[in-house]
Design a protein around this ligand. Sequence first.
Ligand code: OAD
Length: 244
Amino acid sequence: MEKFCEMLKTSKFVVALTGAGVSVPSGIPDFRSPNGLYAKYGQDIFEIDEFYKNPDRFYNFAKEGLIPMLSAQPNVVHHMLAKLEKAGILKGVITQNIDGLHQKAGSKNVAEIHGSVRIWNCLKCTKRYEILDDGQREFLLSTNFRCSCGGLVKPNITFFGEMLPVDEFAKAQKWAESSDLFITLGSSLVVYPAAQLPIYALRNGAKLVIVNKGETPLDRYATFKFDIDLTEFSNKILETLNTF
Ligand code: OAD
């Protein structure tokens, strides 16, 4: 940990890539852990063909699996990353998460490469809904995710079978290629093209640090791998940050 903090201090362009594990301490389950979303709802819940075939199956999941994200609060992992950015140590956070918790914690430079659960679009009249308060959340639930025109509203998140948001991914790729230290936190690193980002960083000479409970396919390329709880890791970084 001391060596990693030294690396943080001396690096010039530090970038973080976060996954579902960073929001687990905020009460949002991840995907692939034994009690994750896929074990409960099935692997195909985010497949676009399945959504069009059976939207109500997705909406039943959304009531339990997506709507609560809108009222979740950031935890120490999000706060630690926001503090590192404020201190001028971290350039930006690339996130696969759709919960908006990095921004709620105060991070300014965030690339949301899988979209956001805050934005929903009508598939018929294209009306855009930004869910900012309880009233708008209630509207989604009370209309069973139907627009005022009767069309289905779909969250602006990337389903399997859809393109990633082009601008956000381009920004993420640029940060990865510019980085000299690339840190991944709470991701199994099995979903592409997100898992390609650490590889772009490595190819450009960056050091890779992985913080994740459990193995990832990129562990062997990491200078340091911390197989520990992210809350414990973040508290240690915050303690050390005071001495920077
Ligand atoms: P995963 O569920 O695949 O991986 C989360 C990782 O975080 C797992 O390896 C956990 O062991 C680890 N983890 C959970 N809690 C932790 C904690 N407190 N401390 C340390 N590690 C912890 O989630 P992602 O890698 O984010 O995409 O998944 C990537 C993408 O797959 C998601 O963005 C989503 C999903 O399908 C789309 O929906 C397009």
